[in-house]
Write a protein that binds this ligand. Structure first.
Ligand code: NAD
Length: 262
């Protein structure tokens, strides 16, 4: 029997207030983990934390911007103060940011996407390491098919660069942290039904779009986008001891979408 239970473990989930982070926080708590639900939207962190407690689990909300070193150091400290340890880190917070032709994309817009998606991943991992080192642990990083297998979302260059670099980060960190029995893996979702698109700014992308059409749709396996719960199942596996020999690996979870679109 495969044991996916996380009893006695403490988990940090960034971007836990919505979408993939919310589904993973709830599933990890359902499987026995105590969860720190971190988001820069306080209401969202509190809502998901309450949802977990109402289901009989343990969670606390943590309010921080993943791109801010002081806030991240203090939020992780707060989580460890509460439950005395840290075992699992789901570095998942991210934004699509602004999608625009390169000559129109402002340098500040580029910086913001990279600051949240890439520097945010670094800061989340950096401040968690001292606690994870005590007993070993599992870090899961949310990358994407964009920047790893798909390069046809023209206009999404900043996003794709941040997501591609997260896989490089995963591999560098996996080797560096192996001596402490800390595993580091990346998940690369295709289109997943969340609220991320509501927070995306697209500007003049049609000017640089490469027209490609898939008359039968671009989701070969299931005919549509994935759900946050399907991604959460993979996160639970990577968080648990069932994946104890897996580290430094990107795993695509996208129903063959990226194989078709390339
Ligand atoms: P979402 O917008 O539903 O959730 C993201 C959460 O992160 C939100 O609650 C938001 O408030 C929080 N957040 C954003 N910036 C933050 C910051 N600076 N500090 C703290 N919290 C912050 O989006 P989602 O689709 O669940 O996205 C989660 C991750 O999945 C992202 O890294 C995204 O790039 C990745 N992803 C999503 C898809 C998709 O189709 N939805 C596909 C591939 C990868």
């Amino acid at each position: 029997m495969v044991d996916l239970r996380l009893d006695g473990k403490v988990s940090l989930v960034t971007g836990g207030g919505s979408g993939i982070g919310e589904a993973a926080a709830v599933l990890m708590a359902d499987n026995g983990a105590k969860v720190g639900v971190l988001d820069f939207r306080q209401d969202a962190a509190e809502k998901v934390s309450k949802q977990i407690v109402n289901r009989g689990g343990s969670a606390i909300p943590l309010v921080a911007d993943v791109s801010n070193p002081e806030q991240m150091n203090s939020a992780i400290g707060q989580l460890v103060n509460e439950w005395g340890r840290l075992d699992i880190v789901f570095a998942n917070a991210g934004i699509n940011g602004v999608w625009a032709p390169l000559e129109e994309l402002d340098p500040q817009e580029w910086d913001r996407t990279l600051a949240i998606n890439l520097k945010g991943t670094f800061l989340t991992v950096k401040y968690a390491i001292p606690y994870l080192k005590e007993r070993g642990g599992s870090i899961i990083i949310t990358s994407s098919i964009n920047g790893t297998r798909v390069f046809s979302n023209t206009g999404a260059t900043a996003y794709s660069c941040s997501k591609g670099a997260q896989v490089v980060f995963t591999q560098m960190a996996a080797l560096e942290l192996a001596q402490y029995k800390i595993r580091v893996n990346a998940i690369c979702p295709g289109a997943i039904e969340t609220n991320i698109d509501e927070r995306t700014e697209k500007r003049d992308t049609e000017e640089v779009e490469v027209p490609v059409e898939f008359p039968e749709g671009s989701f070969p396996l299931e005919g549509g986008p994935g759900s946050p719960q399907q991604v959460a199942n993979l996160v639970l596996f990577l968080a648990s001891d069932a994946s104890s020999h897996i580290t430094g690996t990107p795993i695509w979870i996208e129903g063959a979408e990226s194989l078709l679109r390339g």
